[in-house]
Design a protein around this ligand. Structure first.
Ligand SMILES: [Zn+2]
Length: 435
């Protein structure tokens, strides 16, 4: 596929996935189209060979896999993992703040968000709502306003002369987005707005009342190609929906010989220790229902996990924040992430495999090591490796402005990583050596 068509598809996914719920729903649509069958965790499973399946937890995490022609206890699982969540502002349960003729909505910061870029943006709102239906039942529904419904206005520089040198942000008092003026609608609540929105999106749904919700603000500006020669792709949530998309496409596009498992966890940005997070039992429980006893342990020993999450590209104005020899450059290939204190799970064997595949495909590849005098971030890689005992690689495309409301990546790197992932999923043997 042409690079521009590939990036257009990626941008379509990014735009239509403002929350983990929407990302999972989008991926499920593609899986269904490709003939993957849904499994219910509360029902017995009977897996057939050369068949695709998927399992959802909390609407926000997904395991999609293909059984392949070969048994995993001989062939191993070719695994890939990424996360569906991104730092953002989440709406509080009783959010209405009425001040100075304005209705603001109280928010809680989700994850390690970079807060400055949230000001003066056209914000929309999306998430999951649980409603009581006419018959007294409970139903979940996704909502996405898809239009700018709020803004967090900056304070004018005239009212804060120190703004450029000394402004800090108080998440409690400075962040509540302004959604409307109250003069004509003094009593309007978020519940009213949600009922109206649900009616617009799903008129057939008989809503008696909104019982609860999980809603996130997001930037209404769609993704775009940026730069004189369109070297860059700018969007919200590149960390880490970009990686989710690459894993899903590689799964759908690779041939169905080998057992392949993809996991898209929620809650990476808040520590992963949840039912649908990488530190929880989701992936292990799916694999244990596929194989048990000795077959399971043999399969695990023959397997590999690629934990795919974006890396920090070197920033031309802040080059000293990188080790001079390990600063990933945009559009110069996927980045193998190495940390000997195991904040990343890569080792020389999994790294070598990735380097070899890249070379065979004629795709460039880079390495990242954090400066020795700075702390290192982490990913779902070490958590999954520690949970399952699987050989793991941490890899991802380079990007700028991680955890901003708008992030920037290169236009070439995503497709390059996709090519390597696809080849990895098709590998006849992962590990040739026998101890
Ligand atoms: Zn991430």
């Amino acid at each position: 596929m042409e690079q521009s068509a590939f990036n257009q598809q990626l941008m379509g996914f990014l735009e239509r996935s403002p929350t983990p719920y929407h990302a999972v729903a989008y991926m499920v649509k593609d899986l269904e189209q490709a003939g993957f069958r849904r499994l219910d965790e509360s029902q017995p499973w009977r897996l057939e060979s050369q068949q695709g399946y998927y399992v959802i937890r909390n609407d926000s995490a997904l395991v999609a896999f293909r059984t392949g022609r070969h048994c995993p206890s001989e062939a191993g699982w070719r695994m890939m993992g990424a996360h569906t969540d991104s730092p953002c502002l989440r709406v509080k349960p009783q959010p209405e703040i009425r001040e100075q003729g304005c209705l603001q909505l109280g928010v809680e910061v989700y994850g390690g968000a970079l807060l400055n870029p949230w000001f003066d943006r056209d914000l929309s709102l999306a998430g999951r709502v649980t409603v009581e239906t006419g018959e007294g039942g409970r139903r979940d529904a996704l909502v996405d306003f898809r239009r700018p419904i709020a803004v967090i206005p900056s304070l004018a520089i005239h009212l804060d002369r120190e703004a450029n040198s000394n402004r800090s942000i108080n998440a409690q008092t400075d962040l509540p987005p302004v959604a409307m003026l109250t003069a004509e609608r003094p009593e309007q609540t978020l519940h009213d707005l949600l009922r109206e929105q649900l009616h617009n999106e799903q008129p057939q749904l008989d809503v008696r009342q909104v019982l609860d919700f999980e809603l996130s603000f997001y930037d209404a500006q769609p993704p775009s190609l940026v730069g004189l020669h369109e070297d860059f792709l700018s969007s919200a949530r590149l960390d880490n929906l970009l990686s989710c998309w690459l894993g899903l496409r590689a799964l759908l596009d690779s041939d169905d010989d080998q057992p392949v498992v993809t996991v898209f966890n929620d809650h990476e940005e808040v520590g992963s220790m949840t039912a649908e997070g990488a530190q929880g039992p989701f992936l292990a429980s799916v694999l244990a229902r596929w194989l048990s006893g000795e077959a399971y342990h043999r399969a695990m020993a023959a397997s590999m996990m690629m934990s795919v999450d974006n890396a920090h590209a070197i920033h031309p104005s802040y080059a000293d924040r990188h080790d001079a020899r390990h600063g990933p450059v945009m559009n110069q290939g996927p980045v193998i992430k190495i940390n000997n204190n195991q904040r990343y799970a890569s080792n020389s064997r999994t790294g070598a495999l990735f380097r070899q595949l890249s070379e065979q495909l004629g795709v460039p590849c880079q390495s990242f090591v954090v400066r020795s005098d700075m702390g290192c971030g982490s990913t779902i890689g070490p958590l999954t490796a520690g949970n399952l005992g699987v050989k793991t690689l941490d890899v991802g495309v380079p990007q700028w402005a991680m955890h901003s409301i708008r992030e920037t990546a290169g236009t070439k790197d995503a497709q390059h990583l996709y090519q390597v992932l696809k080849r990895y999923f098709e590998l006849p043997a992962i590990w040739q050596e026998r101890p």
